[in-house]
Design a protein around this ligand. Sequence first.
Ligand code: CP
Ligand code: NVA
Length: 330
Amino acid sequence: MGLNIKGRHFLSLLDYSPEEIRYLLDLSKDFKSMKRSGMPHRYLEGKNIVLIFEKSSTRTRCSFEVAGMDLGMGVTYLDPGSSQMGKKESIADTARVLGRLYDGIEYRGFEQSLVQTLADYAGVPVWNGLTDQFHPTQMLADLLTIEEEFGFLKGLNFTYAGDARNNLGNSLMIACAKMGLHFTACAPKALFPAEDLVAKAKEIAIESGGSVKLTEDIKTGTTNADIIYTDIWVSMGEPDDVWETRINLLKPYQVNAQMMANAKPEAIFMHCLPSFHDTNTTIGADIAAKFGIKEMEVTNDVFESKRSRVFTEAENRMHTIKAVIYATLH
Ligand code: CP
Ligand code: NVA
């Protein structure tokens, strides 16, 4: 294939060419079929990785752990608060320590500049497991899920409904632009992605044959969509007092049966998860009691419908993360 990304960091898809993303998706497919057929792939025996989480996680943490173990590696998990990082030791010092002990470092935290600093000092590949701005490993899983569904990526109509300036909105806009999808952010103006990032995405889309559009209008934003994607309305790290404003802003952008009916008949629903589609969580129940809303960014009927691909996306996190680890370390 002629592509080699050994030694590279994985901080944002902005740093990766469409050919490199294609290579990672193809590698993910290989790993998925190896896993499905029970073929061992302990290609990285003797190596060790560390996972730093400053925010909580189910999918990302478990995907890195299972991927690491399947590849034959040792895996250390550092939970929020259990290391010295940030409190007694700077990110730069932590990076220089961990870089001497491990072959790769995953980091989930707040500002993108933190994972960048870690990468600048570690001397080994650093993988972004989510920051306030970007969630690149999620993107690979989402692109893989879409390609498995439709057989291709280029030219598909992708609508992101909801908080379009969060890590998912930003990342999906870039991922779609890189791979030639037609991306629409369907959101209130106050939650449009930052202008400079939109300009960058539009430039990238010119190269790939895709496009980038922002609209407040739900009908315009969702008509003929092949994919409708949403994410929670208040992200990790945001204060609780934004819930009320966010609910008021985003209630019209809830993905429900009416919105799905605007999309193509074969359209799929996607969500990175976790999702507030019912009140079976403490936060979901608390919001229902406070604001009288039992389903937030997606209704339970859409979440549970045959058009929903959310659990395939979750599984694909592991196969794609395995591809990133392997490609950057082997
Ligand atoms: N989608 C995702 O990143 O999930 P976790 O927060 O559970 O890792
Ligand atoms: N926007 C969400 C994504 C979770 C995977 C958050 O940052 O909390």
